[in-house]
Design a protein around this ligand. Structure first.
Ligand SMILES: Cc1ncc(COP(=O)(O)O)c(C=O)c1O
Length: 365
């Protein structure tokens, strides 16, 4: 089986975890946590990193620190993983969905302004499958309307938009380090920001809202969203590999691009796009199966599985999920979701693996 994703772990991760265990600092105190925060924030080109338990809690910390609350509205793309919208509900605010751009699949900035109301407080752009949003356009809209921007960079470690790191444009950038992410800590997340006050607020919120200078004094409702030293020990080793992993992933995307060129030329598929103003990190190398493709997307997934190739369908647009469904339609996201498939994307894929996968797709026609 060629799996959809495998983490790239090595001896340094093992050594660091052993050191953390031997030191006795296995909970959320210990040297690896600030070390990981500093290293990842520096990589991201942002001053402060606040590590936490996963990408969802990172987003929730960010919205809470910004004061998002009941009665507010937050603009989110409908084509995303469900937690981008769930965290808005966690705060009591309402997610307002926006359709995707058909050419690069992220939130369509031209449709954001139509959804801004007096209640709108923030936008959460999502750099989907490693491909950056148009952050220049989004930051301009946010600036014009006085809105916060929380970037959901869970899938875009190291991706660039106009040569600037995704996650570093908005007020806060939020990352996931789940096992299938470009770098991982098993479970884990981080908020990055240039705003010291927001970083301080998020540090408090992740630790039960406790005053760092007055033990057991909780002056606000907080959470336990802390990262453990064991997770951060892995993170410290992983962050050193990030640049190399991204180079490998871009190489793999280039191989897929070449191997699948004939199918794209015949308009059977659309390959994972990269805009001229961005650097895609191809977290999940993805395809659209066009109308001319003779099998449905789900048939392709099943047939490839029989051939030993694990793939995934695109996310269902969040507005179609039972919890969110109010009968709205977003035709671009719906079409992308129906046609989209993620191919195996681990950084350890070899050229031969990519060739085999492309060959198996070709054999389906
Ligand atoms: C776009 C997006 N946002 C948020 C998350 C949540 O991250 P986590 O699974 O670490 O909670 C994910 C995770 O897969 C994601 O893909």
């Amino acid at each position: 089986m060629i799996p959809i994703y495998e983490p790239s772990l090595g001896e340094e991760e093992v050594e660091n975890v052993l050191r953390a265990v031997r030191s006795g600092w296995i909970s959320s105190k210990g040297k690896y946590i600030p070390e990981f925060e500093d290293a990842f924030a520096q990589y991201s080109g942002v001053a402060q990193g606040v590590a936490c338990s996963n990408g969802t809690t990172a987003l929730h910390l960010a919205l809470t620190a910004l004061g998002i609350k009941k009665g507010d509205e937050v603009i989110v793309p409908t084509l995303t993983f469900v937690s981008t919208a769930n965290v808005v509900l966690f705060t009591g605010a309402t997610p307002v969905f926006v359709d995707a751009d058909p050419t690069y699949w992220c939130i369509d900035p031209q449709k954001i302004e139509d959804e801004i109301s007096k209640r709108t407080k923030a936008i959460i752009p999502v750099h989907l499958y490693g491909n950056p949003c148009d952050m220049r356009a989004i930051m301009k809209i946010a600036h014009d309307h006085g809105l916060y921007v929380v970037e959901d960079a869970a899938e875009s470690h190291g991706a660039l938009c106009h040569d600037k790191m995704t996650g570093s444009f908005g007020d806060i950038g939020c990352y996931s380090f789940y096992g299938n992410k470009i770098i991982t800590t098993g479970e884990g997340g981080m908020c990055v920001t240039n705003n010291e006050h927001l970083a301080e607020a998020m540090r408090r919120l992740r630790d039960h809202g406790m005053d760092p200078n007055k033990k057991y004094w909780h002056d606000r409702l907080g959470f336990n969203y802390r990262m453990t030293n064991l997770q951060a020990a892995i993170g410290v080793a992983q962050v050193k590999k990030l640049k190399g992993l991204i180079e490998k992933k871009r190489q793999i995307a280039a191989w897929y691009g070449t191997e699948l060129e004939d199918l794209a030329m015949k308009d059977l598929i659309t390959r994972h796009p990269e805009t001229r103003w961005a650097k895609n990190v191809y977290w999940m190398y993805s395809l659209l199966l066009n109308e001319l493709f003779p099998l449905t997307r789900d048939e392709v997934i099943t047939r490839l599985e029989v051939e030993g190739i694990e793939t995934r369908p695109f996310f269902y647009p969040v507005h179609t999920l039972p919890w969110y469904n109010k009968g709205e339609t977003f035709p671009v996201a719906e079409a992308l979701s129906r046609a989209g498939i993620n191919l195996p994307s681990s950084a350890n894929l070899r050229k031969n693996d990519v060739r085999t996968i492309a060959e198996k797709i070709r054999c389906l026609i």
